[in-house]
Write a protein that binds this ligand. Structure first.
Ligand code: MG
Ligand code: MG
Length: 265
């Protein structure tokens, strides 16, 4: 059955995946330059689309199952799948998640980062830091012979030990020619369960972590997922290949770090 087939990538294909994912990292950094109070999420989205097309790629999210933006842009209590809008204006103290995808030379990139708009509270800063750390805790488990449940278990344990809550309804995923391929990569679970990781697999690991409760609801726009409590949520995502038994991170936050300088978010 097509939906459960896992497409293993050759080394050459993994290099194409890397190129698409590096472009996502550069796009996120380009957009990070203009994140500020008073800027609309539509303005951020237009910048991303322009940058992606200027680099010979197309925005992988635009039109995906009818999604109207080039990025999913989710503010504060919005977890994922926020629709870019002229009406959503960033405010001092907000957090904003940019989730971006590219299609380049037939392969797909997908990565996400949650940014601070100006100064954010200590409480929210801790949420961002823990969520980002949990992404790398998950990636450590992305080695051949482990299972997807080892990744989920590690992310869940790390976040829950620090008082945070893991969204269940949305997961990471396989990726390749298509944005979403098998297997699912949940951010929760039991060790030793799920799909076995093998060389040539490309997966997106993407913890979505809430303050207050794991529960989420969908907005009436049919896309935006927000926390039920309306407390903030953070989301960081890398695309990873299993290669030579180990995790090879294909996306990059290095370009973002250059733009942010002294700040982490
Ligand atoms: Mg993504
Ligand atoms: Mg993804």
């Amino acid at each position: 059955i097509l939906s459960v087939m896992i497409y293993l990538k050759t080394d050459e294909e993994i290099e194409l995946m890397r190129a698409a994912n590096q472009l996502v990292g550069r796009t996120l950094a380009e957009v990070a330059k203009i994140i500020a109070p008073g800027v609309s999420t539509k303005t951020l989205d237009k910048r991303a689309e322009e940058f992606i097309r200027d680099h010979g790629a197309t925005p992988a999210f635009l039109g995906y199952q009818g999604f109207p933006g080039s990025m999913c842009i989710s503010v504060n209590d919005q977890v994922v799948h926020g629709i870019p809008s002229h009406k959503t204006i960033l405010q001092e103290g907000d957090i904003v998640t940019l989730d971006c995808g590219t299609k380049l030379a037939g392969f797909t990139g997908d990565s996400a980062y949650t940014f601070a708009v100006g100064e954010i509270s200590e409480e929210v800063h801790k949420l961002l830091k823990t969520t980002k750390e949990s992404l790398y805790v998950g990636i450590e488990q992305a080695v051949a012979g482990n299972r997807t449940g080892d990744i989920g278990y590690a992310v869940q344990r790390y976040c829950e030990a620090r008082g945070y809550h893991v969204v269940r309804e949305l997961t990471g995923h396989g990726i390749g020619v298509n944005l979403h391929e098998s297997p699912e990569v949940p951010n929760y679970g039991k060790r030793g369960t799920g799909t076995e990781l093998r060389n040539g697999m490309c997966i997106c690991i993407e913890p979505m972590i809430n303050i207050g409760s794991k529960n989420v609801v969908q907005e009436r726009d049919g896309w935006t997922i927000r926390t039920k409590t309306r407390k903030p949520s953070a989301h960081f995502e890398h695309c990873v290949a299993i290669r030579d038994g180990k995790a090879d991170i294909l996306s990059s936050f290095d370009f973002i770090a250059e733009v942010l300088g002294d700040r982490e978010f």
